[in-house]
Ligand binder design. Structure first.
Ligand SMILES: Cc1cc2nc3c(=O)[nH]c(=O)nc-3n(C[C@H](O)[C@H](O)[C@H](O)COP(=O)(O)O)c2cc1C
Length: 173
């Protein structure tokens, strides 16, 4: 099979990491993949915070209820939206744009043999506040998610097969 399609079909959320660190160059490559995503009118209403400091990973782990895997992650990437990047378009489309960037990040991490998982921040106000405070994010920037990345404990985990023919409609519903 085409290796890129294979990457898409085998990507899955990884929530158990060995605790090993991740090379800076790999993190840069992964974020570069995020920035290659499509965005409405190519506004790119995003910014990426790469977290490598254990202290910050642990603090986020303590304060984010659904991101407990952060304590063993080698790093994390916070995908942030910038709704005011232009007059109109970014306000409307930043969530979709940043979601496209997130999927690219998840795929890039997987292709480099790391595990990763999207953990939700936006639209939960408490989580947005927690992440803003921990990472000095200004009020006009919105953290969409925190993506812990690490070496998977289980390298043989199989993805869920989500293919459902009933979800496909040819030509009309
Ligand atoms: C918008 C969104 C929010 C998510 N939030 C969390 C989360 O807070 N914590 C978590 O462990 N997984 C989270 N996930 C991951 C999903 O649980 C996961 O993608 C889903 O169960 C399908 O599994 P897969 O990624 O292995 O295909 C989130 C995924 C999305 C798209």
């Amino acid at each position: 099979m085409n290796t890129f399609i294979d990457m898409i079909l085998t990507r899955h959320s990884v929530r158990e990491f060995t605790g090993e660190i991740i090379q800076k160059e790999d993190l840069e490559t992964i974020v570069k993949a995020g920035m290659s995503a499509p965005s409405a009118v190519n506004i790119q209403p995003w910014a990426f915070i790469i977290i490598t400091e254990k202290k910050i990973l642990n603090s986020l782990c303590q304060n984010l209820p659904y991101a407990k895997m952060l304590d063993k992650a080698g790093a994390a990437i916070i995908v942030c939206g910038i709704p005011e990047k232009d007059d109109q378009i970014a306000q409307k489309f930043w969530v979709m744009d940043c979601s496209a960037a997130t999927e690219n990040i998840l795929l890039a991490a997987h292709s480099l043999s790391y595990g990763a998982v999207w953990t939700a921040v936006y639209p939960d106000e408490d989580r947005i506040k927690t992440v803003r405070e921990e990472c000095n994010i200004p009020n006009n920037i919105i953290p969409l998610n925190v993506i812990p990345i690490g070496i998977p404990v289980n390298r043989n985990a199989q993805p869920i097969d989500k293919y459902k023919s009933e979800n496909i409609h040819w030509n009309k519903w």
